[in-house]
Design a protein. Structure first.
Lengths: 269, 261
């Protein structure tokens, strides 16, 4: 099978940088003296790599995972625009079984990395909100599909750009997204209309909130409803990030700066 | 030919006492086994085996093929056996003097408590080190590893002190050191954490009553803006150009103005 080996050589020929996705310690060890140093992309830095990009979500799709890793590499200065990147990742097995090559900057810079790392809210908080949204998208509420809108970060400004639809169920409560009991509460309250407002530190400030941002000039794809429009508009007016679970197509979308930066199918997680 | 009882004649110091002593040895062995079993059951039921998991002591105990629970119950058993032996000696009256038996008895009791205190001290010290270390793991600072070790040695120090004073060893100097250490810890620590403590006390009130909440416009001590975040120590207020980090004690001391929108 020399031909296959040659093909592999072609793929990895003169790459500027190597990205290892969730490598085992032994794999990472074998790259110890590599020049330039490899970049490890994983949910946690288990191998104590010097150059490391944290994956906030377990992206099932390899495309998303690589895209996130490369954007993170660009953001952290491990990569230059136009660099050739060799990526080794797992696709079918639990360890690395796939090698591919991308050019940094081939993806349009979606800001999915910045969504987690450069937002006002803590990355942990945004991740927890995603998890809640994905969970909600998977199971629905009592078997029925639900929609939900979470506005995360810059809560003071968001509260001033919105009004209550009724009494706030979270008034004088001190629950944070990620607390075990919260999943159930959010599931129940998602039946109510309106948005959830979450502060930078993850405190659930309010639900049942009617957002009142100026929606002129918000450009989101046609066919998405009022919930997405409101999410796009509030993230343009404030420094918040919005995570929307669509009731009609069941996808989870994230907005930042008025634009969609990430689209996920809950069924894939 | 002598009969068998005649052969044993004269062996017993006092016939009644020998029977009693044999009964005591047999009973002592039974009580020993029972104690080991009961102590082990009680310790397991209380959940000691889970609590000590991962401590250096447990690992050392497992290294010699035992466990903490096994070791503690064995220690209890051995001491009980020693007490039993002492009692037998007393009944048989083979000790040089009664006061010696009494002294040894007293000393054994103190030694038993001292050994238990040391074991518990080592266990608690190990466990405290693990718990504190886990709490501090999110703080990414190499120097912070000193704190769990400090906690461990403080516990060990106190345990040693208690054990030594049990054995009637002069511990005056060590006690003075402990006093100085405690004084430094509480007095200087209290001084250092004074502001944090008073902020936390105010923060509890603010979080419970919530006189203002996230999104309200407030003015506290000349800083006016929208409340972005409240936690137990500080309130984060943000205006167009500035972010103010206001300690909660300041909110109570100076009062807060809520601006009606």
């Amino acid at each position: 099978m020399d031909e296959l080996g040659a093909l592999l050589d072609d793929i990895v020929a003169d790459v500027d940088s190597v990205f290892l996705f969730s490598p085992s310690a032994s794999v990472h060890e074998s790259f110890a003296d590599a020049e330039p140093p490899v970049v490890v992309v994983a949910p946690e830095n288990a191998v104590d790599a010097e150059r490391y990009v944290e994956l906030p979500l377990e992206f099932r799709s390899l495309r998303e995972r690589i895209r996130f890793g490369v954007e993170g590499g660009l953001d952290d200065g491990y990569l230059e625009e136009g660099d050739q990147v060799g990526c080794a990742a797992e696709l079918f097995a639990d360890d690395i079984d796939t090698v591919t090559r991308v050019r940094a900057g081939d993806f349009d810079h979606s800001g999915v990395y910045g969504l987690f790392v450069n937002s006002r809210a803590d990355p942990e908080v945004i991740r927890n909100v995603f998890e809640v949204a994905i969970e909600l998208g998977k199971k629905g509420q009592k078997g029925k599909r639900v929609g939900a809108l979470f506005v995360v970060g810059d809560a003071g400004k968001v509260m001033n750009n919105s009004r209550p639809l009724s009494y706030n169920p979270f008034e004088k409560s001190h629950v944070h997204v990620g607390d075990p009991i919260v999943d159930v509460m959010l599931k129940e309250f998602s039946r109510l209309d309106g948005a959830f407002v979450v502060s930078d530190a993850g405190k659930i400030v309010s639900s049942y909130r009617y957002l009142e941002p100026a929606a002129e000039g918000v450009d989101i794809p046609k066919g998405l409803g009022a919930r997405h429009m409101a999410a796009g508009a509030i993230t343009r007016d404030t420094n918040a990030v919005a995570v929307v679970l669509s009731e009609s197509d069941g996808l989870v979308r994230a907005f930042s700066g008025g634009e969609i930066v990430l689209e996920l199918d809950p069924e894939e997680y | 030919m002598q009969s068998v009882p005649e052969q044993f004649e004269g062996l017993a110091l006092d016939g009644g006492n020998l029977t009693l002593a044999v009964a005591l040895v047999v009973g002592g062995l039974a009580v020993w086994g029972g104690t080991v079993w009961i102590v082990r059951r009680v310790l397991l039921r209380v959940g000691v085996d889970e609590a000590v998991e991962g401590t250096a002591f447990e690992r050392a105990a497992q290294g010699v093929g035992s466990s903490t629970v096994g070791l503690v119950s064995q220690v209890c058993g051995v001491f009980l056996l020693l007490f039993g032996a002492l009692y037998v000696v007393e009944t048989l009256d083979i000790a040089p003097s009664r006061s010696l038996v009494f002294t040894v008895n007293q000393f054994l009791a103190r030694l038993f408590v001292a050994v238990l205190v040391v074991i518990v001290g080592v266990l608690v010290g190990d466990k405290a080190e693990i718990v504190v270390g886990e709490r501090l793991r999110s703080v990414k600072l190499p120097e912070v590893t000193v704190i769990p070790r400090l906690v461990k040695y403080s516990v060990l120090y106190i345990a040693t002190l208690v054990a030594l004073s049990q054995l009637r060893v002069a511990t005056g100097a060590l006690l003075i050191m402990l006093a100085a250490y405690a004084f430094g810890l509480f007095f200087l620590g209290g001084l250092a954490f004074k502001d944090l403590l008073s902020s936390a006390a105010a923060g509890v009130y603010l979080l419970l009553v919530e006189p203002y909440s996230i999104g309200d416009e407030v003015e506290i001590d000349g800083s006016r803006g929208i409340v972005q975040e409240m936690d137990i120590f500080v309130t984060l207020v943000e205006s167009d150009g500035e972010e103010y980090l206001i300690p909660n004690r300041k909110v109570l001391r100076k009062g807060a103005t809520r601006v009606r929108g």
